[in-house]
Design a protein around this ligand. Structure first.
Ligand code: SAH
Length: 350
């Protein structure tokens, strides 16, 4: 590449081969296929290490590795140097894998003749994450998987082709509508094609608003901690619901910046009519949904969401909404931490 923002060097294993034929492989014990031998691989790795002055992170593409993912690619791209060992024939001596390979990775459940194509795939995917490789800066973060979810479908000119029209909204010029459409399509595709991806996604981008409320019994709630947690997840200032007037008064004195209200209804009046309420419980409750299911429902909803926590979860009975739990078992965790765990599950970047 002319701007030299990525360097890729190939090393010929044959340079470390033995004898006249520069042999790098040998018969597999017990089966008879050919296997690339450990001493030659080690010498090649040592040569690379001394050339770059540091031990590279060693990746071995193999059908027996962890299935490749954007998370793996992202982690690899944080490494200063990565060495990819391409296998061939039956593969490479397992002892080399044991001693020197940091990551064994598969590009899919199929078997290729060698590791060269997987190596190219890894280099290509890593390079897209290097700033300047993909032209339009924003494009990478909009791709499938970057946010843990698939990309929306894309169209270009002509607007009409073989009787098929481009979705009308895309030619409307209405930026807000377009981005809503793109979010909705991305969610729809993910839920129909790859629903299992939802666990990896942050729902933040796909909701029009996120609100947090805590139903407090007394003014002893750690409101500073709750507020900080909400801020960390970009969930705005939390609402505090306190039934008792005196408690409310004292809270207002203690935390003049808090949004203190007397009932959940008062919050809902300020939100969109179709806002979805998610009651978050620390432990499993009757009719409660696994947080992944609740997450899927949030994504399908796409509008405004109110996450509600309660010091006394009996209060959940008093208003509508879905209930989600964090843990199956009884567990006592402080409110600010409970909010942190929940917000991380729903809104956390993967
Ligand atoms: N006997 C091995 C397959 C060897 S295929 C086994 O069954 O596991 C030869 C080489 O091709 C491997 O060493 C590996 O580097 C590469 N390769 C083949 N399929 C691959 C896949 N799905 N992902 C990554 N690398 C693969």
């Amino acid at each position: 590449m002319s701007r030299e923002i990525i360097g890729v060097k190939t090393v010929d294993l044959r340079n470390f081969g033995r004898g006249n034929y520069r042999q790098i492989d040998d018969y597999a014990f017990g089966s008879g296929g050919m296997v690339i031998a450990a001493p030659q691989l080690k010498e090649a790795l040592e040569a690379v290490t001394s050339e770059i002055g540091a031990r590279p992170y060693v990746v071995y593409p193999s059908p027996q590795g962890a299935l490749i993912s954007q998370e793996i690619i992202e982690s690899l791209s944080k490494q200063e140097n990565v060495a990819i060992i391409c296998g061939h024939y039956e593969g490479i001596d397992e002892r080399f894998v044991e001693k020197y390979v940091d990551l064994e990775v598969s590009i899919g459940d199929c078997v290729l003749t060698g590791g060269e194509i997987p190596a190219m795939l890894i280099v290509d995917a890593m390079s897209r994450l290097v700033p300047g490789v993909v032209g339009k800066g924003k494009a990478v973060i909009e791709d499938s998987f970057y946010r843990g979810i698939l990309d929306n479908p894309n169209y270009t000119r002509p607007a009409m082709w073989e009787g098929l029209e481009v979705p009308e909204v895309l030619t409307s010029g209405n930026e807000k509508e377009i981005s809503r459409w793109r979010r909705r399509e991305a969610v729809r595709r993910t839920l129909t094609r790859r629903p299992e991806l939802v666990s990896r996604a942050s729902v933040r981008e796909y909701l029009s608003g996120v609100n947090v409320a805590v139903i407090a019994e007394t003014e002893n709630i750690n409101l500073a901690g709750v507020s900080e947690t909400c801020r960390a997840y970009d969930a705005g200032r939390p609402y505090i619901v306190a039934n008792d007037r005196e408690v409310r008064e004292r809270m207002k004195e203690l935390y003049p910046e808090a949004k203190i209200v007397g009932s959940v209804r008062k919050i809902l009046e300020r939100l969109d009519d179709d806002a979805l309420t998610v009651k978050v419980s620390g432990t499993s409750r009757k009719n409660a949904l696994h947080s992944l299911e609740a997450k899927r429902i949030c994504l399908e909803h796409g509008g405004e969401v109110l996450f509600i926590f309660a010091e006394n979860e009996e209060d959940f009975e008093n208003f509508a909404g879905i209930t989600s739990y964090l843990y199956d078992e009884e567990s006592e965790i402080p409110m600010s931490m409970k909010i942190g765990i929940a917000l991380d599950r729903f809104l956390g970047k993967r």
